[in-house]
Design a protein around this ligand. Structure first.
Ligand code: ADP
Ligand code: MG
Length: 238
């Protein structure tokens, strides 16, 4: 569960077409990276999928079901925000449980999910701490934990590591890749960092001015970039 299809999805802000009609299929379990220069529409495309922006045209399907008109909470997807979105006065356990507050779920089920997320993320010993008592990497894991407890069909990341220092970023990349292997859930990951794209993705979507320049595995894009923009951006020697 976690196949997402975009059929002629378009976005305009006023008269400005930020995303011209675009087709894209994301397979269940894939790790897909949207990459491209600042302002090319990566966040907008992710927000359209999440339902945080309304499309100006086209259809979005999640596991075959029309999702274009569903509010974010009904899409079964979880957006991972940067760690500064944590509540400083709440414990780690409360922060991770927070998205389940309205879910009408039993306390046992909530606890099971939080304990599972904490175990997957190596946060079991930190559940009673507050975000201010954690390292940057641990705080980012708490932010991911908030998504895991929802057991989403797909995780959506928008440059989650851009506030971390370089050394920590490398470690977190590995952690997110391992999390993907462990959960086998679809992940869509937005970055402007070519190295992140090349090291993390099953499939890279290269965006430029809102349209897709090329879609392919890191190896395909490296070996057979379709044009100089892709070659230059991916850093292949063409
Ligand atoms: P990226 O994430 O790749 O840096 P964005 O998706 O944030 O790019 O932005 C793509 C384009 O859409 C930019 O030109 C940006 O200025 C414009 N844009 C984004 N959000 C809005 C908005 N709410 N209103 C008007 N223009 C917007
Ligand atoms: Mg962005």
């Amino acid at each position: 569960m976690g196949r997402i299809t975009l059929d002629q999805v378009q976005k305009k802000f006023g008269d400005v077409e930020v995303i011209p009609p675009l087709d894209l299929t994301i397979e269940d379990g894939e790790f897909v990276v949207f990459v491209g220069p600042s302002g090319c529409g990566k966040s907008t495309l992710l927000r359209l999928i999440a339902g945080l922006e309304d499309v100006s045209g086209g259809e979005i399907r999640i596991d075959g079901k029309p999702a274009t008109d569903l509010p974010p909470a009904k899409r079964g997807l979880a957006m991972v925000f940067q760690s500064y979105a944590l509540y400083p006065h709440m414990t780690v356990r409360k922060n991770i449980t927070f998205p389940l507050k309205m879910a009408g779920m039993s306390e046992e089920e909530k606890k099971r999910r939080v304990d599972h997320a904490a175990e997957v993320l190596n946060l079991t010993d930190y559940l009673d701490r507050r975000p201010g008592q954690l390292s940057g990497g641990q705080r980012q894991r708490v932010a991911i934990g908030r998504a895991i407890v929802r057991e989403p069909a797909a995780f959506l990341f928008d440059e989650p590591l851009s506030n971390l220092d370089a050394a920590l970023r490398v470690g977190m990349r590995l952690e997110i890749s391992e999390l993907h292997e462990r959960l086998a859930t679809t992940m869509i990951y937005v970055t402007h960092d070519q190295v992140e794209a090349m090291t993390m993705a099953d499939k890279i979507v290269v965006l430029r001015k809102g349209h897709i320049e090329q879609v392919g595995s890191p190896l395909e894009l490296y070996r057979t970039p379709r044009n100089l923009f892709v070659a230059g951006f991916i850093g292949s020697p063409t």
